[in-house]
Write a protein that binds this ligand. Structure first.
Ligand code: ADP
Ligand code: ZN
Length: 711
């Protein structure tokens, strides 16, 4: 399809006909219009916010080709494939193309056959490419992942700095720079380096409202907890599980596999081919779980990752935000789930203490880790804290994190904390948690007596808590910076300045209650996407069809339709191409390619449902004819009485059984009900009739009478 030739070239029309979406998201429309009018823009929008449309639609609407600069070569093909499935004329130029393919793309450029061209910055900067662009009508330049221009950020790319040349050589062509991560210093750097001072700024904040943050401090068998989480909430979903070490990655992947899940390992120690294949399967198949070190993720743009699980603590909130941010790019509900424990915390603290980095860097790292620990030990909304760290204010608690959903109970831990801290002091500030807890509990062992710690005042004074509760308490004290871990790496603890007010009794300490098994249970929710089993069956059927089509074409399943689109099909049950085209995500091109295929599934399913519906009705009627009443049938069939009455009402409507056998009513009662129905438009809705009769007759009775009337 040549989109530019379509009669209506408005952004709104392109949005609907090409991308199949009904409306723009709030910022998108303004950005699109600003660009079409020729303005420059700096766009900061969280992942999943919908940045791509901001340059794709103007590229289509404006004449000439839109040049999209992206550092992620691996993603270009996917983006181009996706656009082509929507009928957009797109191509890419990068080092993966052969000379011939390259010529082909250049030919298409020259003859004006492209609306979008993706290109890596280093290729763009080649004199040859720049010369080529000068001969072409260019509609806009989009600079994606523009934070790469920042020398202080972790993704710095020198080629990005050179992109300022675009402004010099192509001053009239609008530029849009986009990123999901840039604090205010980075924003200033971007503007300065790329000469974007005139650009209008669209800053949307960092919130990812569809991600549910959940952090639990229970590491007694983290693996089991993970399995339960996946089985209960993410059966058949794609997800990423992060572990700290390669060995742990291998173990967890193998273990999940042994439990019947599709879990593949990914870390830098695996051969290149294995890594590549596992990544491909993750992208292309539905419901694959990747177990990975943090080596995995950069440049993964899979939209339907439904959960990210951490079996270890990230080093900073930046890392946590970035890693969890890989979930739910399609804006559908997703989980960021983490378990962590004392051991993790001590290990990270030690790694940091032992690093060779200069003191000022170590100080920053310490500060970052403390912020991460702070998030873990929080007793208030996690999202508010996370966003505040990035300079965003969320006015109210979010309602979509574990704390909001299940506010933790706190207890006055002042006295216990004093005991724990003074035990550190009494034993000389060099022992680890295990030993300290033994002293508090008055354990008898050789080491304690050798050091004479069975004589200190804190020996045996801790019977009010058990071993794991004391460990929990120590963890919270470390997380709050009241205790520090030794540098030698033995896990020895010593007191910090922060502990003094508590030790002196000047400051009360309220801590989160210890997690209990029972509590973890109540958090479990239904695994299925839909509460109705019928809907789940249809959902699975649609997903199967999608996978089948994707396999045939060798593309990832999500490229055909996103989960959100399939979910809408389940909810709205379209039964014609026109109705299908109203589903969000179904544009003209995809409707033509896949519409029939998905309608088939929907229709087949409808047939099946009707059939089972008929079967179950028939069974009720048979029992009724055998002389059983509604109550007896309900008991025998294990169904609700209302359901049985529904079946019977259908039988009355089809004239298969008489009304008076089902509900024996007096003549005047029947008259009254009939009269009430006449008053209310023959009773499309039962409630007005029910109310008019002042609740004298049940809905079941009314339904049967209505069937008799419409018979
Ligand atoms: P980003 O690049 O900001 O991470 P994308 O451009 O990939 O986000 O968009 C995120 C998701 O939202 C995609 O699934 C995309 O198709 C969808 N999307 C974007 N804009 C709209 C819209 N106006 N209506 C419905 N869905 C949209
Ligand atoms: Zn919250």
């Amino acid at each position: 399809m040549n989109v530019q030739d379509s009669p209506d070239n408005s952004p709104q029309h392109i949005l609907q006909s090409v991308f199949g979406y009904n409306e723009f998201r709030p910022q998108q429309q303004t950005i699109v219009e600003h660009l079409i009018a020729g303005g420059d823009a700096l766009v900061l929008m969280p992942t999943g916010g919908g940045k791509s449309l901001c340059y794709q639609i103007p590229s289509i609407v404006r004449s000439g080709v839109g040049i999209i600069i992206s550092p992620l070569i691996a993603l270009m093909q996917d983006q181009v494939d996706s656009l082509r499935l929507n009928g957009v004329r797109a191509a890419y130029l990068n080092s993966s193309l052969s000379i011939n393919e390259m010529r082909e793309v250049e030919g298409a450029l020259h003859s004006g056959e492209l609306d979008l061209l993706y290109i890596a910055p280093e290729r763009l900067m080649m004199p040859r490419t720049l010369d080529l662009l000068e001969t072409l009508p260019v509609s806009l330049f989009a600079i994606d992942e523009v934070h790469c221009v920042s020398q202080w950020g972790h993704d710095f790319r020198p080629e990005y700095v050179q992109l300022s040349i675009l402004h010099q050589r192509f001053p009239q062509i609008p530029r849009i720079a986009l990123t999901a991560t840039a604090d205010s210093a980075t924003q200033r750097e971007i503007i300065e380096r790329l000469a974007l001072t005139e650009a209008r700024q669209f800053i949307s904040g960092f919130d990812r409202p569809n991600i549910r943050y959940r952090i639990s401090d229970n590491t007694i068998n983290a693996r089991e907890q993970l399995l339960r989480f996946i089985r209960n909430e993410h059966q058949g979903d794609a997800g990423i599980v992060y572990c700290l070490s390669r060995k742990r990655v291998d173990q967890v992947a193998a273990w999940l596999t042994s439990k019947g899940l599709t879990a593949l390992p990914y870390h830098a120690g695996l051969p290149q081919e294995v890594r590549k294949e596992n990544q491909e399967r993750f992208l292309r198949e539905d419901g694959v779980i990747i177990v990975a070190t943090i080596a995995f993720g950069m440049g993964i743009d899979k939209p339907d990752v439904r959960f990210v699980a951490h079996l270890n603590l990230p080093k900073s909130l930046e890392a946590y935000y970035q890693e969890t941010g890989r979930a739910g790019r399609d804006n559908q509900p997703a989980n960021a789930w983490m378990v962590y424990g004392l051991q993790d915390m001590i290990m990270l603290k030690q790694m940091q203490a032992n690093s060779d980095a200069p003191e000022e860097i170590k100080r920053i790292e310490r500060h970052k880790l403390d912020a991460m620990l702070g998030l873990c030990e929080l007793t208030t909304c996690r999202r508010q804290a996370l966003l505040r760290y990035f300079g965003d204010e969320l006015e109210k608690p979010c309602g979509n994190c574990d704390i909001c959903l299940e506010p933790p109970e706190t207890w006055d831990a002042t006295a216990a904390a004093q005991k724990a801290l003074s035990c550190v002091h009494r034993t000389g500030q060099r022992f680890g948690v295990g030993y300290l807890v033994d002293v508090l509990l008055g354990k008898e062992h050789e080491r304690i007596s050798r050091f004479g710690h069975d004589k200190v005042s804190t020996y045996g004074i801790g019977s009010e808590l058990n071993q794991s509760e004391w460990r929990d308490l120590y963890r919270q004290l470390i997380a709050r910076g009241m205790l520090a871990v030794d540098i030698e790496g033995h896990g020895g603890l010593h007191l910090t300045e922060e502990s003094r007010p508590v030790l002196r009794g000047e400051q009360p300490l309220h801590l989160r209650k210890f997690s209990r098994k029972a509590k973890a249970k109540s958090r479990e929710r239904k695994a299925n996407r839909f509460t109705d089993t019928g809907n789940n069956d249809l959902w699975e059927a649609l997903r199967n069809r999608r996978q089948q089509l994707a396999d045939e074409q060798g593309i990832p399943a999500y490229m055909i339709f996103h989960d959100a689109t399939l979910a809408e099909m389940v909810e709205n049950r379209p039964d014609s191409l026109v109705q299908l085209s109203n589903i969000s995500g179904v544009g003209e091109s995809k409707l033509a390619s896949y519409g029939e295929q998905f309608l088939d599934v929907l229709n087949e399913y409808r047939g099946l449902e009707n059939k089972t519906q008929n079967d179950t009705e028939e069974e009720t009627l048979q029992l009724f004819r055998l002389g059983m009443n509604a109550e007896a049938i309900a008991t025998q069939r294990g169904l609700k009485e209302t359901t049985i009455y529904n079946h019977l009402a259908k039988g009355i409507e089809r004239d298969e059984i008489p009304l008076d056998k089902v509900v024996p009513l007096e003549q005047n009662q029947l008259k009254a009900i009939r009269f009430a129905f006449e008053q209310f438009d023959s009773g499309k809705r039962l409630k007005p009739v029910f109310d008019a009769l002042e609740g004298e007759f049940s809905y079941e009775v009314l339904r049967c009478v209505r069937s008799d009337i419409t018979r």
